[in-house]
Design a protein around this ligand. Structure first.
Ligand SMILES: *Cc1c(COP(=O)(O)O)cnc(C)c1O
Length: 425
């Protein structure tokens, strides 16, 4: 029996949901609680969360270690401003982050969401060149099919077709877009894949402050995977052309692709790196921008430079404390084996979907499994069918995909993959 909680009619009339119409709302399901890898709806149904709440809940829900960290921090302080004050949770988290980040990362700026961290990363790059007296280097170069967030600076580097450029065209700064690489592995690599990127950076490096891209996996812009060789060549071209490299590890960071950070797969160290999403294990909103000593020194090169950003909730102690506990938990668990096992199981169990004439492609990278359909799906209908099979996923367009919590059991993951295969048939 399906019953609605008594607040839901009010909610539906007054509360916006992501990318949604207020007047003609798509169905939303009321969640009462979450535990392990399962969400319990208000009507009593239980579903396995194959989305890890949009990449975040890597340890699942109601995790004793994370609950305890928040509880303990709450006992001393929930929040204080970061202007002129500091605290142990921020210091310890910064130390832990720099300890696992690619070599060369030296400084941390805490932001309150992924999109804001992208804004800060862009500011760092622009201020860096301004301080060198090179304010002409003020544009960005990226690749198509990217996603970097919904604020204006971030939107301007999202894919120009599937992103929101058409809605805000006059308000967005104009950047350079190279073709995205098509090859998913170094074996399938050919030099043609970098040609468009190379010609843009070589022609325009005097105007370009930084390259920004998602390393190895392009998430919300199309769930595409690309060859590490592309990233290696991007790094070399950035060095040769005197352009900074920003990697957006907000979706890929903290083990999702099989390595702690995706850029490790190309042995590339960025100049600036954004992390977010799984940073707090899905408990609270927090992101960070990491940068090298050279970027930091460059921003201060003209003697007066200060980095001009300072969110109200910068380095929120509760968020920092739970992030630290989440990283410690990750490092204490065999996450690499878990992700490798999930990868193998996804490969094996999604492979049969290739037989379906409705399926265009099946691809797996780390703990990410994607079925790309030939035609767009009816999200509402597909979601109902998945829920009937005890699985929560949020398909978009032609993409049906999962990035489950790393702690998912073999049996639960099989339930996810078999639900995916059945709706893709
Ligand atoms: C989700 C995401 C963002 C934006 O993060 P928010 O916390 O939603 O603002 C930016 N970049 C990438 C790659 C993401 O996946």
């Amino acid at each position: 029996m399906t019953t609605q909680p008594d607040w839901q009619a009010f909610e539906q009339a007054h509360v916006w949901h992501p990318y949604a119409s207020m007047l003609d709302p798509a169905p939303v399901y009321a969640v009462k609680s979450a535990e392990g890898v399962r969400l319990t709806f208000e009507d009593g149904r239980r579903v396995i969360d194959g989305m890890a709440s949009w990449w975040c809940a890597i340890h699942g829900y109601n995790v004793p270690e994370l609950n305890a960290a928040i509880g303990q921090q709450l006992g001393s302080m929930a929040h204080v401003m970061f202007g002129g004050l500091t605290h142990a949770p921020a210091a310890l988290l910064a130390e832990r982050l720099l300890g696992i980040a690619p070599p060369g990362m030296q400084h941390v700026f805490f932001a309150d969401s992924g999109s804001v961290s992208v804004e800060v990363a862009i500011k760092m790059a622009l201020q860096y060149w301004q301080a060198q007296g090179r304010s002409g280097k003020s544009r960005l170069l990226t690749i198509r099919h990217g996603y970097h967030g919904d604020t204006f600076g971030a939107m301007a580097v999202c894919d120009p077709v599937s992103g929101m450029h058409h809605l805000f065209a006059d308000q967005l700064p104009q950047h350079f877009f190279a073709d995205a690489p098509g090859a998913a592995s170094d074996e399938a690599w050919d030099e043609q894949q970098i040609a468009s990127f190379r010609s843009l950076i070589e022609a325009h490096h005097n105007e370009i402050a930084a390259v920004i891209l998602e390393p190895i996996v392009q998430g919300a812009g199309g769930m595409r995977f690309y060859a590490p060789e592309f990233l290696r060549q991007v790094r070399r071209l950035c060095d040769a052309c005197n352009v900074l490299l920003i990697v957006d590890e907000i979706a890929t960071g903290f083990g999702r692709t099989g390595t702690m950070f995706a850029c490790e797969q190309a042995q590339v160290t960025p100049d600036i790196m954004c992390v977010g999403k799984a940073l707090t294990g899905g408990y609270m909103t927090l992101a960070a921008v990491l940068c090298t000593a050279a970027v930091c020194e460059g921003i201060h090169a003209d003697g007066s430079g200060v980095l001009m950003h300072g969110p109200t909730f910068m380095a929120n102690p509760l968020a920092c404390a739970v992030a630290l506990a989440s990283l410690d938990l990750l490092l204490a668990t065999p996450w690499q084996q878990r992700v490798a096992k999930i990868e193998q199981q996804l490969q094996l169990e999604l492979a049969p979907c290739r037989e379906s004439t409705r399926v265009a492609d099946v691809r797996v990278k780390g703990a990410i499994g994607v079925i790309e359909m030939r035609e767009p799906m009816d999200m509402g209908r597909v979601q109902e069918a998945l829920i009937a099979r005890g699985v929560w996923l949020r398909p978009f367009g032609r993409l049906l995909y999962t990035m489950p919590p790393f702690v998912i059991s073999e049996a639960d993951l099989r339930q996810v993959t078999s639900a995916m295969c059945s709706v893709a048939q």
